[in-house]
Design a protein around this ligand. Structure first.
Ligand SMILES: [Zn+2]
Length: 453
């Protein structure tokens, strides 16, 4: 058996949540490496799997048993980042609830990959925001995946079109294990959105007249990959009406899951989800293992198209995060300074009716923005409550970095291009996070979906 590598030899961090996701990830390794000695000084409680995959040294971690959701994901990834300082990028790989629509023929076992689409950078946290007179307003924006991973997604797609993708090969290899066989998962049935599950582990009692008619796929198209927005939140969505309503509000999402929002701003990564149910009342766990396998196989394909030399040229995550933090601080400072300047000139305008043109312009911008909780004192947003599921320091930086709608898009776009070269256009509105009404839920089932009903 080979000697253990050093910590600094590991450049890819792979995060998953469920045991089947961990098993699928481990099975994708070309070679498993011996465990590294733990250093008690690290204060790191994660258990890691080490190995090589498609020429990269990968360290895999899963959330602790019984812990799912954004907060545990944030904590586990933060520990991993602190222990493995040479990690260049992350992969968040697992299952999710698919959103079939006229635009995307999402089916069980398909793979969904987060890429910037419309106003979002790849992942949107749908359950963080504030309640206003006109309804619930989503706040906060999440960073896009690193550029090298977005480039790899394109490359994988090109390989699929050229019929030289090895996705099927990886999946077939995994299917030698009984748990991961597609035939074990059962039929892929989509019910009409209005149909309710009649109870029990299976849909035997559910009305088969409510099955949605779909054309069978061509042979050789068992697993299709979809690229677009992934919705992340702390609740399990298991209601087709809620699913479709949220998706419509967000401009069309491909799947729902529960961890990605906890990572995007603190652990730059690509989110890959195998579709294991349709986020409706009929959801069960029968497709989980197979879907975990297709997602892991896709992630392996992503690594296969990234030369390890390209990884060496990518700055380590720690460096990226420091740049982001610094950039956000600078944005903070400049936003506060300009608000202060604007306020001063507005006050000056009140005393001095002459009013320079430029001052007036600044004043009116400030007026426009002024309502959004911009703190008069210029201090760091003391009146903002921590609300988001991801409670990393970076994300709270993000929250208070933005005091107004307009500067928001500028600053988040900028932050991105500085740190990872993404050209994400600004995202979802103001970032202040008062009155958030997130019900944190780390348990697997939710009572609180009624919020969207
Ligand atoms: Zn059912």
């Amino acid at each position: 058996m080979m000697h253990p590598l050093r910590r600094d030899d590991y450049t890819v961090g792979w995060v998953c949540a469920l045991d089947v996701e961990l098993a699928a990830a481990q099975e994708m390794l070309d070679e498993e490496h011996p465990k590294l000695e733990r250093d008690p000084a690290d204060n790191d409680e994660n258990l890691y799997t080490f190995g090589s995959m498609s020429g990269h040294n990968v360290v895999i971690v899963s959330l602790p048993a019984g812990r799912i959701g954004n907060n545990p994901a944030t904590a586990v990834a933060a520990q991993m980042r602190a222990t493995f300082k040479k990690i260049r990028f992350g992969l968040m790989v697992g299952v999710g609830g698919g959103v079939p629509s006229a635009e995307a023929d999402v089916r069980l076992g398909d793979v969904v990959v987060c890429v910037p689409a419309k106003v979002f950078g790849g992942v949107v946290q749908y359950d963080v925001g504030k309640t206003t007179a006109s309804g619930f307003e989503r706040t906060g924006s999440l960073d896009s995946p690193p550029q090298v991973l977005l480039a790899a997604v394109k490359q994988v797609k090109a390989n699929e079109l050229r019929n030289i993708s090895k996705l099927d090969e990886h999946i077939t290899k995994l299917e030698r294990l009984t748990a991961f066989k597609r035939c074990k998962a059962g039929p892929d049935i989509l019910f009409e959105a209005a149909s309710r599950h009649e109870g029990g582990q299976t849909c035997d009692k559910c009305n088969s007249n409510q099955h949605k008619a779909r054309e069978p796929r061509n042979s050789g198209e068992e697993v299709v990959t979809h690229h677009g927005t992934i919705a992340s939140g702390n609740q399990v969505i298991k209601d087709a009406t809620v699913r479709d309503k949220l998706s419509a509000e967000l401009g069309g999402v491909l799947c729902f899951e529960m961890e990605a929002a906890g990572l995007m701003n603190s652990f730059p990564c690509l989110v890959v989800r195998g579709v294991c149910d349709y986020a409706d009342s009929h959801k069960n766990e029968r497709w989980q293992a197979y879907a975990a396998g297709t997602a892991a196989a896709y992630a392996k394909e992503v690594l296969r198209v990234i030369p390890s030399t390209a990884v060496d040229k990518t700055p380590a995550l720690d460096k990226i995060m420091n740049q982001r933090t610094t950039k956000r601080r600078l944005d903070n400072d400049s936003t506060r300074k300009s608000s202060k300047r604007a306020r001063l000139s507005r006050r000056k305008g009140k005393f001095d009716d002459l009013g320079h043109d430029e001052d007036n312009r600044t004043s009116s911008e400030d007026d426009e923005n002024g309502g959004s909780g911009d703190d008069e004192s210029g201090s760091s947003g003391d009146d903002e409550s921590e609300s988001s599921g991801n409670n990393q320091s970076e994300s709270s930086e993000d929250n208070d970095s933005v005091s107004s709608g307009d500067t928001d898009s500028v600053s988040s776009g900028d932050t991105d291009s500085v740190s990872s070269g993404d050209d994400e256009s600004g995202s979802s509105g103001a970032n202040d996070s008062e009155n958030s009404r997130v019900d944190e839920q780390t348990d697997s089932e939710s009572e609180s979906e009624s919020q969207w009903q």
